[in-house]
Design a protein around this ligand. Structure first.
Ligand code: BG6
Ligand code: MG
Ligand code: MG
Length: 219
């Protein structure tokens, strides 16, 4: 029986990929690294440090740990500044609707984000009230595709993985959900999240009605 839902944040509830892109681009330009939107796509769902490592690998650069932390912090200062412009108008179409619907129907709801800025993003959106549990980049140490963040959410909700549906827009996020024994809903193109149990192009199509119709034996 499905009793709970766990949502990724960036790319599911709101689209912060653009702000991440702008912040990494600023750092990359300052450092003389190559970085574009195509490279940025690979950072979906992975932690800040893993993102930095990806950009450095792409540029065939290696740096010591202290410098890595310094540069990741520098990017984060720019990113946090951009987050100040997020408003309650910035839910992805459909996201607020399904969160409201889940509340009305009494489902348990958790956030399962890799971001250490998740609380800030939720506050900017005025979305904190939709979640019984907030799991973010501070909650666990292992990042997606490890299922730790979703297992954290399920445990805090008092549910087993097979009682939860995970919403994710990242390839590694769907891997994480499946690795943890969760049902998964992928948001985005087939090439990215086609391995989810159920996939929609956008959140606007991911209604509770559609989900219940697909997973009908589980409700
Ligand atoms: C994820 C994003 O939600 O959070 C990634 O999809 C990002 O792109 C990661 O790297 C970490 O975010 P933050 O806010 O901790 O730097
Ligand atoms: Mg995401
Ligand atoms: Mg995320």
């Amino acid at each position: 029986m499905i009793k709970g839902f766990i949502f990724d944040l960036d790319g599911v509830i709101t689209d912060t990929a653009e702000q991440h892109f702008l912040a990494w681009k600023k750092l990359s330009d300052e450092m003389g690294w190559e970085f574009d939107r195509e490279v940025n796509e690979n950072l979906r769902g992975i932690s800040r440090m893993d993102s930095l490592r990806f950009i450095l690998d792409h540029n065939e650069i290696s740096l010591d740990d202290e410098t890595l932390v310094e540069l990741a912090t520098k990017k984060n200062v720019v990113y946090q500044d951009l987050l100040n412009d997020i408003t309650p108008e910035d839910f992805l179409p459909g996201a607020k609707e399904i969160l409201t619907h889940l509340r009305t129907e009494g489902f348990h709801v958790a956030l399962g984000s890799s971001s250490k800025n998740a609380q800030k993003v939720l506050e900017q959106l005025s979305a904190t009230g939709y979640f019984d549990v907030v799991g973010d980049g501070h909650s666990v140490t292992k990042s997606k595709p490890n299922p730790a963040i979703f297992l954290f959410g399920a445990e805090k909700l008092g549910l087993q993985p097979e009682e939860c549906i995970v919403f994710e827009d990242a390839e590694k996020g769907i891997d994480a959900a499946k690795n943890g024994g969760f049902y998964s809903v992928g948001i985005g193109p087939y090439e990215r999240v086609g391995h989810a149990h159920l996939r929609f192009d956008t959140m606007a199509e991911a209604t509770l009605f559609e989900i219940k119709s697909y997973f009908k034996d589980l409700f």
